[in-house]
Design a protein around this ligand. Structure first.
Ligand code: ADP
Length: 174
């Protein structure tokens, strides 16, 4: 498509939550193609391997509608600088979700740095929906490891994988 509007939504997705899916489905109405970029190096030690995170995203996004005014979805690995990745995808937008004031500081700096490096790529923030404001992958993992009920925070199949990952983690810790 000529003049296709392409956006990139980067993250660790360790694991993908209903909050991420909410941002993705809302962003779909704003562009023609949305590339969900999965960080190879998260800077944290992830619970799920890169391959597992990619596979979970591909599967969950495969179930979402696209076309007819909703952006096509694609999942790709991100290795290196985000703005370079965005440029290589022909993207004009970086999509980020904003939950609380605590997200703002980091996001504000990132958006500023990225704008300096690549003036043709705009960072677009979507405010978390009320239902998802408190959901964060880090907390979902913590709840799961401590034996709490995390099922409403993640898609069903991701919940099953989370249960297995917690088992794996516990076996390693024993
Ligand atoms: P990162 O490792 O960059 O924090 P995440 O996978 O945790 O990656 O998040 C990717 C993006 O999704 C970030 O912009 C983050 O603020 C946003 N996000 C995460 N959870 C939610 C949520 N519940 N509602 C809205 N945005 C969210």
């Amino acid at each position: 498509m000529i003049n296709e509007r392409v956006g990139v939504y980067p993250g660790s997705f360790d694991p993908i939550t209903t909050g991420h899916i909410d941002i993705i489905t809302r962003a779909q109405g704003l562009m023609d193609k949305l590339i969900v970029g999965v960080a190879i190096n998260t800077g944290k030690s992830p619970l799920f391997s890169f391959d597992e995170r990619m596979e979970m995203l591909r599967r969950e996004l495969g179930d979402l509608p696209s076309g007819n005014g909703l952006a096509e979805l694609e999942v790709r690995p991100i290795d290196g600088l985000l703005v370079q990745f965005a440029r290589s995808c022909g993207a004009s937008m970086i999509v980020r979700g904003l939950r609380a004031v605590s997200d703002f500081d980091y996001e504000f700096q990132m958006a500023g740095m990225n704008a300096r490096m690549e003036k043709d790529v705009e960072t677009v923030f979507l405010m978390a929906s009320e239902r998802h404001t408190f959901i964060a992958s880090r907390l979902v993992k913590e709840v799961a490891l401590l034996g709490g009920d995390y099922r409403s925070f993640v898609p069903e199949r991701v919940g099953h994988q989370l249960a297995k990952a917690v088992e794996r983690y516990r076996e390693r810790a024993d």
